[in-house]
Every structure is written in structure tokens, then in C-alpha cells.
Design a protein around this ligand. Structure first.
Ligand SMILES: [Zn+2]
Ligand SMILES: [Zn+2]
Length: 122
């Protein structure tokens, strides 16, 4: 497949970590960036049209910033919750309307100091 070159700017620390991973895995940086973009687009393209969706959401916060129990109308949610080494980790298996899942995600993304990961399962 033809490739297109373009310049991007990223935080210095992110660029340094990319160099490290590239060196350790012996994979070119471009290939790693391409993989990351592909994963990101797959995880977000599902918000382009309404559908029945299933996804995993992982929310990791410092224990003192515990996010209260998550509930959302018309979504089925199965939850794991663990505290270890000062971190509160919650894993949600959610299924239901893609727009309701998007609303849930944007409310979870507002918690400062927390890391949010989202994995589409379809
Ligand atoms: Zn989806
Ligand atoms: Zn917790």
C-alpha cells in the first residue's frame, strides 16, 4: 500500500518513549505510529454511526480519586474493581447503544488524573 509522509509534533517525553519501544522491539517508529493510529481509528470509528455496541472500558485512577459506581440507562454493564498499590482499577464490559456508550466514555474522561482505555469488541 502506498505511504504518505507527514510531519507531526508530539511531546518530547512521548517521542523519547517511542524511540525506546522502537529500539527494544526492533520495529521502525513509523510502523509503531501506524499501528497506534490504526487502533485509535478502529476504537473511534464506531462512533460514526449508531449501532449495538460492545466494548471494554478500563479506568485507572489514584485511589484517592475514586470514581463512584458507574450506571447508565439502557446499557448492560459488568464490572471488575480492584485496589492495588494506591491505584483503583475498574474494568467495565458494556453493551448497548453506541451513542450511550460514547456519553458514558466522555463522562469518564473528565476525571482528572485517571487513565481511560477503551477497547471495541466488534
Ligand atoms: Zn461500537
Ligand atoms: Zn476503587
Amino acid at each position: 500500500m502506498p505511504k504518505r509522509k507527514f510531519g507531526i509534533s508530539v511531546e518530547e517525553e512521548l517521542a523519547r518513549k517511542l524511540d525506546e519501544v522502537s529500539e527494544k522491539l526492533r520495529v521502525e517508529r513509523s510502523q509503531l505510529v501506524e499501528r497506534a493510529i490504526r487502533d485509535m481509528l478502529r476504537d473511534h470509528s464506531h462512533s460514526l454511526f449508531e449501532h449495538d455496541c460492545r466494548a471494554l472500558i478500563v479506568l485507572s485512577c489514584p485511589s484517592e480519586r475514586e470514581v463512584p459506581a458507574v450506571g447508565a440507562d439502557n446499557l448492560r454493564i459488568t464490572q471488575l474493581h480492584e485496589h492495588r498499590e494506591g491505584q483503583c482499577v475498574q474494568v467495565f464490559l458494556v453493551s448497548g447503544s453506541s451513542s450511550k456508550i460514547s456519553t458514558l466514555l466522555s463522562s469518564l474522561s473528565r476525571h482528572e488524573g485517571c487513565e481511560l482505555r477503551y477497547i471495541v469488541l466488534h
